[in-house]
Design a protein around this ligand. Sequence first.
Ligand code: CP
Length: 304
Amino acid sequence: MRNLIDILDFSKEELSELISVACDIIDNPDKYAHACEGKKLATLFFEPSTRTRLSFEAAMYELGGNVIGFSSAGSSSSSKGESVADTAKTLSCYADIIAMRHPKEGAPYVAAKAASIPVINAGDGGHSHPTQTLADLLTIYREKGRFENLTIGFCGDLKFGRTVHSLITAMARYDNINVVLISPEELKLPSYVKRDTLKKFNIPYEQTTDLEEVIDKLDILYMTRVQRERFFNEEDYLRLKDTYILDEPKLVNAKKELSIMHPLPRVNEISIAIDDDPRACYFKQVLNGKYMRMALILKLLKEV
Ligand code: CP
């Protein structure tokens, strides 16, 4: 039985297969409309979500399946002290596959050990978010047509931004990738992510606090929100939250073919004036996320 806990659980070839299936779903939705008939997805969300939870639900419904679950820890028996492992064992009695978001790093791994059905990590604390990476990879593929020969800038909260950790991990396996890390000193990429990805795969990278200084060299700019919920101190959050606000003047020196990505939700870090710029891809990422989650559910339920 396969799970998706970390993006490295899938080989590059398997990621390519998922992208192929997602593209086929986009072109031939009717072919998949009954693929999961009689199957149930359990969405166990111990932390807030709009895109991940609802795209998983839309994905399962569009595959002909059904959905059960909860959208907050407070409405589950975890509020009475039930463990993640017992919750996973319980849902294994009711559903065929679990998507779990949890504020504690490693919780979906614990659930996968206890469950008798596939478990998908839908975001664990400040650690990783592999299904956002699936959405990001399909977006890069559709925008750029390749994963090689790209200079990618990651900007904002690189310390707590789990989508950044997962996407860097995925991209480190492709050829001729250059990474530019743009963050305040306090929100730099954790050293364990650098060690296990950039250093391990000899990816050239630079670190800077100045977005405008590097924007001209980027093929992809991946903006992120400062993750208020992970801060210990509200004062630090307020001081750092608006460090980077991407607006039209900041894009003056950017490439015409730049792809501007953001996992969303957005707070202030991209001006809404940019939404109409043809380089803005973040709402395409939202839609791509649904297609990749459909492909993922099919793969883990062995329906493709
Ligand atoms: N990108 C993302 O995970 O969004 P949600 O928190 O709304 O699921």
